[in-house]
Every structure is written in C-alpha cells, then in structure tokens.
Design a protein around this ligand. Sequence first.
Ligand code: LHQ
Length: 259
Amino acid sequence: LVLSALSDGVLSLTLNRPDKLNSFNGAMHLALRAGIQQAHDDPAVRAVLLTGSGRGFCAGQDLGDRDPRKGGPAPDLGHTLETFYNPTLRLMRSLEKPIVCAVNGVAAGAGANIAFACDIVLAAKSAKFIQAFARIGLIPDAGGTWSLTRIIGEPRAKALTMTAEPLPAEKAAEWGLIWKAIEDANLMDEARSLAISLARGPTLGLGLTKRLIQAAATNGLDEQLDMERDCQRTAGHSADYAEGVMAFLEKRKAEFKGE
Ligand code: LHQ
C-alpha cells in the first residue's frame, strides 16, 4: 500500500491505492508510519520523498470504510485520529531529516494536511488542495487547523476550510503553503533531484535547522536565540562542518557524510 525504495540516500515512499486516489485505510496508515520510522532509524536514509501513485496524491480518509448505510454504531473518529493520523504527523515533524513532498495530483482532506506537514512541498501545476472536511460535516484534521493558520493566517484558513474550495497549486505557492508549483511533466524529476541534493547535504545540520524552524512557532526570541546557540554548538562539532570549511578553503565542492 506504500511503495518504498531507498537509493542515493533518499527513501521514496509512494502512497499506492490509486483506484481510491490513495485514500487512507488502516493498513496504508501503518505502512506510511513504518516508512517514516525507517527514516528515523536507518542512517542510510538522509531524506524522504513522499508522493502518490496514479492521478491523485491522496484523498484523505477512505470514506468507504465509514459507510453509515452499513449500520452499527458511529465510529469514534477521535480514536481514529489518535491511533492513525496523529502518531504519523508527530513522527514526520520529529524526523530530523528533510521530507520532500511531490503532490502529483489532488490532495484532499487529511491528504492535503499531510502534504503541508512535510518540509518542502512541490506540486504539479494541475494539482489542487481541498479542505474537503466541511463537505462531509467534519473538522480539518491531520494538523490542518494548526498548519493552515500558521502558514496563511486566520482569514484564509477559515475561508479555505469553511468553503472547501479547491486551491490550485499555483495559488498555494503564491500563498506560501507550498514551495513551488511545477509543470506536471517535470514534477517527479525536480522532486527527486531536490531530495537527492538534500540527501547529500549536511544531514545533522539540516535536521537541527528543521528543529529550530519548527520551534520558532512557539518560542520567544530569547528562547530561540538560546536554542540557536545550543544547536550551533552541536553543528560546530560535526564532521560536516569541518568538511564544509575545508572544501571552501580548498575551492572544491563539499562532500558531506551527514554526521
Ligand atoms: C475515494 C475517496 C475517499 C474512498 C476518492 N475514500 N474513495 C480523519 C479521521 C477519520 C475519519 C474521517 O476523516 C478523516 C480525515 C479526512 O480525510 S476526511 C476527508 C475525506 N476525503 C474527502 O472527503 C474527499 C473525497 N473525495 C473527493 O471529494 C473527490 O474524490 C476528489 C475531489 C478528491 C477527487 O475528485 P475526482 O477527481 O472527480 O475523482 P473521483 O471522485 O471520481 O474519485 C476517483 C475514485 O476514487 C472514485 O472511485 P470509483 O470507484 O467511483 O472510481 C472515488 O470514490 C474514489 N475516492 N476519494 N476519500
């Protein structure tokens, strides 16, 4: 349900239920989580590339799993979030390696918000982001109320979520919700070369950068300055810092080991 391949230091994770627009069932959740956990555990993984197979990126939760016509008690969606979505979101945010997301087609509901939880998001120009929750009487989850509000502010976050209007990739880029909108035919090449170049980067320093930027959302300036001091101290002891300076002095390209 999630295709996984490791090459050039990049762990590619491809959501793979294309006939259901890669919507999440429990098994696909667990497979994605296992992939992100592998990225945590395996030092050979120095960047992650997340995408979807077929014409969509991810249509959020598989609504077929929740068919009220089948009867029975209403499912506890809080439990679904606590069991499936929330641990995966936390694992993505705490991974101190870059996650590149290539949004190859429609990203709806939790599918959009999982993309926004990645570190660098590229989207095909034809892709759209839809906060589909209001259409079915739900609230935006998978961190959406948090990420949208922080990134685009209350007025746009409220309008997007309450109207469930599709947001085209180029508009998402203009609003700063994603890094770039790219011609469809070039998306995967660009995303892959970005992921490879990040995987060749100073992984420890990039991981600390991710930690700092995420912490800035809740830290005051004093706390953030202290944290920068501590992280720079750590980066300053890394082999990659020594290599970076040597390469500069020797006028050659640095060869980082990620340590
Ligand atoms: C799907 C789905 C889908 C199943 C397309 N499920 N089959 C968290 C906690 C717990 C529970 C509840 O939810 C959550 C978080 C959420 O994510 S809630 C939001 C769930 N997602 C949605 O409401 C989006 C539903 N999908 C759509 O609105 C459309 O499919 C979009 C706008 C994404 C794409 O539209 P089209 O390009 O016109 O494609 P389509 O609708 O024809 O879909 C293609 C196939 O994929 C189709 O199957 P079929 O057998 O008829 O070809 C759809 O039924 C299936 N599919 N999304 N979420």
